[in-house]
Design a binder for this molecule. Structure first.
Ligand code: ZN
Length: 194
């Protein structure tokens, strides 16, 4: 961590900004719907140790990976909460939003190494965009208009493009190391491809 640098995201927690309005009553559809999770959260908070956390990536690591629920991005790398910035989306792609997160992570939050990690048996790579659109349309009971689901045709090629996109970004210095990996959801192993 650099001494004396201004870090808009770091430091002691500030009180949340509010609009001055009182929170309204929960509407009927959501009241009670999360009780099991809120109860689990109370147990979690009873041993919470990150109070006053400075927000930097303590291991200097950022991970871009898929939203797939089989993936534990911290656990797979032997990291814990506080160690890394995690960016997730369908397929683990370097999207504009992912790039924004990486740039902020590098310049404000001590990220020095980036892992881009798509995975085996990913729905985004085993279906075509058309198949994804049809599946959503069937579930929603309506045509999907104005939205394109970006399936991945060739995962390794897409990974090459995504890593190149990070490495060539003008706001990402060459000193930041970027690797491309494939995570095997059946063995838990990472295979570095780039
Ligand atoms: Zn996936």
């Amino acid at each position: 961590m650099t001494e004396g640098r201004q870090r808009p995201y770091a430091g002691a927690p500030r009180p949340a900004r509010t609009s001055g309005k009182r929170p309204g009553r929960l509407d009927e559809t959501s009241a009670g719907a999360f009780d099991d999770l809120i109860e689990a959260n109370a147990a979690f908070a009873s041993t919470f140790a990150l109070s006053g956390f400075d927000g930097v990536a303590h291991a200097g690591v950022a991970v871009v990976t898929c939203m797939d629920s089989r993936i534990d991005p911290l656990g797979m790398l032997g990291l814990s909460a506080g160690d890394a910035k995690i960016v997730r989306n369908p397929g683990g792609r370097v999207t504009e939003a992912a790039l924004e997160a990486l740039i902020l992570g590098i310049h404000l939050l001590d990220v020095r190494r980036i892992l881009v990690i798509p995975h085996t048996r990913c729905a985004m790579a085993s279906n075509t965009s058309e198949e994804l659109r049809e599946a959503v349309a069937e579930s929603a009971g309506m045509e999907v208009l104005g939205h394109v689901f970006q399936a991945v045709e060739d995962q390794v090629e897409a990974l090459r493009e995504d890593v190149a996109r990070v490495r060539s970004h003008p706001l990402i210095p060459a000193s930041v190391l970027v690797g491309g990996f494939l995570y095997d959801v059946d063995t838990g192993l990472l295979n570095q491809l780039i």
